[in-house]
Design a protein around this ligand. Structure first.
Ligand code: MRU
Length: 319
């Protein structure tokens, strides 16, 4: 079991350092500058965990900066990464309590975190029930991308919450997990979580995913989301879209599992979602020849028509 992804401990934010996984180490954040840096470096990552980080960040700021500076500090936290809507949702929720003082801001952040625990459970149960309905009662061969597990949330995870709920009733044969270049959230984090759950799994390079689906080795794809537009277009980790295309071609379900807070009614469609462009160095590493350039979009958009269902804590939505 990994330590908690994020917690409030003695006036500081305690984070599982996800840049170091599978080596387990935690880090403590005491200032907004440190938090913004941790978010940018993916020390804390995954949409629901970013929501918690945003809310606790405002709680931290409320204790350390003058009241008239709080809104600017909150805006700085919300802007640390652009794609996952939960970051700004978390910041907004905590900031809304600011008039009642720092304790009220912290209380709002802690409520948001408690809600994520319930939400993950609900998403997991709903997604597991839907997969059984769509695919039948035999143990399933699932495919996932990036990490939408406990490390990405306060609770048990969204896509991996579905896996956990199914596994609890003997409903998982194996999970295919993409490595998830360039930062390897699949290899470094999802594989750890699946191992801790006792779920049989196979890691594959990202490029193998679609052909594994085409070869009939997978019954359904289940992924998380960073932002879901009003029309049902889904932004998630780069490499999700090819899985959706392959799933549609193979005629298997493509499920998105996310809290309702990831649905952003203010974003009409996928084209309006800002896709984070990260440091080309993450792609080039030390292997590309000196002078090469790279593109490093961190997310892609899967159009709603490729999504079989979006499962949230509140509903099953077939966009
Ligand atoms: O760049 P990351 O690691 O923050 O990206 C995470 C993802 O894309 C997850 O799939 C998404 O946030 C859902 S987490 C429950």
């Amino acid at each position: 079991m990994l330590p908690p992804t994020i917690a409030w401990v003695d006036g500081r934010i305690e984070l599982l350092d996800q840049t170091a996984l599978p080596r387990v180490t935690t880090t403590s954040v005491a200032t907004v500058d440190q938090l913004v840096d941790a978010i940018r470096r993916l020390v804390v990552r995954g949409a629901p965990a970013l929501g918690a980080a945003g809310a606790l960040g405002v709680a931290l700021a409320a204790r350390t900066v003058a009241a008239e500076e709080l809104a600017a500090e909150a805006a700085r936290i919300a802007a640390a990464r652009p794609t996952a809507v939960n970051l700004e949702v978390g910041v907004r929720r905590a900031l809304a309590a600011a008039d009642d003082g720092p304790q009220a801001v912290l209380a709002a952040a802690l409520v948001l975190m408690a809600e994520d625990v319930d939400s993950c459970r609900a998403v997991g149960d709903r997604g597991a029930a839907l997969l059984r309905e769509l695919c039948g009662p035999a143990p399933l061969r699932l495919h996932t991308h990036c990490n939408a597990g406990a490390a990405a949330c306060v609770g048990i995870g969204t896509a991996l919450g579905v896996v956990r709920a199914l596994h609890e009733v003997g409903g998982v044969r194996y999970v295919v997990a993409d490595e998830t270049r360039p930062l390897l959230q699949g290899a470094r984090i999802t594989a750890v979580e699946l191992g801790a759950m006792g779920v049989e799994h196979r890691l594959v390079v990202d490029g193998a995913g679609p052909s594994i689906i085409a070869r009939g080795l997978v019954d359904a794809v289940v992924v998380g989301a960073d932002r879901i537009a009003a029309n049902g277009d889904v932004a998630n980790k780069i490499g999700t879209y090819p899985l959706a295309l392959a799933a549609a071609r193979a005629g298997i379900p493509f499920l998105v599992a996310a809290p309702e807070t990831t649905v952003d009614p203010a974003t009409p469609d996928g084209a309006a979602i800002e896709i984070e462009e990260r440091d080309p160095g993450e792609v080039l590493g030390t292997t590309a020849p000196h002078g090469s350039a790279a593109w490093n979009p961190a997310f892609d958009v899967t159009p709603a028509d490729l999504v079989t269902a979006i499962v949230t804590d509140a509903r099953t939505w077939r966009p």
